[in-house]
Design a protein around this ligand. Structure first.
Ligand SMILES: *[C@@H]1O[C@H](CO)[C@@H](O)[C@H](O)[C@H]1NC(C)=O
Ligand SMILES: *[C@@H]1O[C@H](CO)[C@@H](O)[C@H](O)[C@H]1NC(C)=O
Ligand SMILES: *[C@@H]1O[C@H](CO)[C@@H](O)[C@H](O)[C@H]1NC(C)=O
Length: 316
């Protein structure tokens, strides 16, 4: 190999290593011990946490068996629904299950009053967006996390909150992709027209990847939208189109019918499957599914591996 070729190779290698270091967090130090009681592949642990405005919070954390302090891991947040808790969310979303998520750290934050910012019943004094930013900053210091691979998902009110994060340019720049499930996308409006509303959102410039799951037999957060708790719930396909429109991916989709034993209609945006942005907004409408997380016990497929595959396509 010539000297100039070798120099080029060394420069390339350095550039690649530089990229790898830039993407990982400052927590990647050789032999840095896990916090007390936490072991790779061990039990999920509850952690007490103080957010920067002084509010006492907590979350559950699961460390995958593959975790080592020198290899940057993905970080996946999973937010629970209203009136249920972080532990319930771990059991329905299964992000601690190595079969679905072998390598990512799973975090299940606990909402104050079992609810999340953005819903009409949430405690107005609680700043959950700040809580998430504070957790990201603390977790990336404490563990070896790939900061380009932080993801958010959630159920119902937690799905609505996942969308609230996607819509906030101060936090959506820290999270690579979003997966709300049976989400409650409350809009503060006196007159409720579920299909007429352009859901307000300050998402910034990013094309924000979003995958949404909803059952057409959901009576809690109905697919067709309704007026609820004094606010408006949008019609779900309209809400998804709003995301595609905001992301600049158009209002038309590529539709795949009768997936998963005929239960699922999948919409992928933009419609042109050759477009480099194809699939950045997706929707799984599930026939006969009620207000729940799609799994083999509630319908014909598991949503979690589909979410993991979607997350795997996107990094910051
Ligand atoms: C992260 O939070 C934990 C729990 O509240 C705390 O003990 C620890 O000091 C924090 N670490 C950093 C780097 O802020
Ligand atoms: C995708 O297109 C199909 C066919 O036009 C339509 O029925 C469906 O509602 C669209 N999906 C979304 C999320 O808009
Ligand atoms: C689809 O996208 C490809 C790649 O960007 C482009 O070349 C092609 O013209 C597009 N097709 C249509 C129908 O817009």
């Amino acid at each position: 190999m010539s000297a100039s070729k070798l120099t080029t190779l060394l420069l390339l290698t350095n550039a690649l290593i530089g990229t790898a270091i830039a993407a990982s967090s400052s927590g990647c130090t050789a032999n840095k011990a896990l916090p007390n009681g936490q072991t790779p592949g061990g039990d999920t642990v509850k952690v007490a946490f103080t957010q920067s405005d002084g509010t006492a919070r907590d979350y559950l954390i699961h460390i995958p068996s593959t975790y080592v302090s020198t290899t940057p891991a993905e970080l996946i947040f999973s937010f629970h629904g209203h009136t249920v808790d972080a532990s319930n969310q771990e059991s329905i979303s299964q992000f601690s299950n190595p079969k679905f998520n072998p390598n990512g750290i799973a975090v299940y934050p606990q909402g104050k009053g079992d609810s999340w910012q953005g819903a009409p019943y949430a405690d107005e004094g609680v700043n959950d967006i700040e809580f998430v930013k504070d957790m990201i900053s603390n977790l990336t210091e404490t563990y070896c996390i790939d900061t380009s691979k932080i993801y958010a998902s959630g159920m119902s009110n937690g799905g609505g909150f996942t969308a609230t994060l996607a819509c906030d340019s101060s936090v959506n720049t820290l999270i690579a992709a979003f997966a709300p499930v049976s989400g409650a996308y409350y809009i503060d409006s006196s007159t409720c027209e579920p299909t007429a509303i352009k859901v307000p959102c300050d998402k910034g410039d990013r094309i924000v990847p979003v995958i949404e799951f909803h059952g057409d037999a959901d009576t809690t957060i109905p697919y067709g939208g309704e007026k609820k708790n004094g606010d408006c719930l949008p019609e779900v396909s309209h809400w998804v189109r709003s995301w595609s429109w905001r992301d600049g991916l158009g209002l038309e989709n590529k539709t795949t019918y009768d997936m998963y034993s005929g239960k699922v209609t999948r919409s992928q945006f933009p419609q042109n499957s050759s477009d480099p942005s194809f699939g950045k907004v997706q929707h799984y409408k599930t026939a006969g599914l009620a207000h729940t997380w799609p799994s083999k016990s509630s319908t014909s497929y598991d949503a979690t591996p589909i979410i993991m595959e979607f997350f795997g396509n996107y990094t910051l």
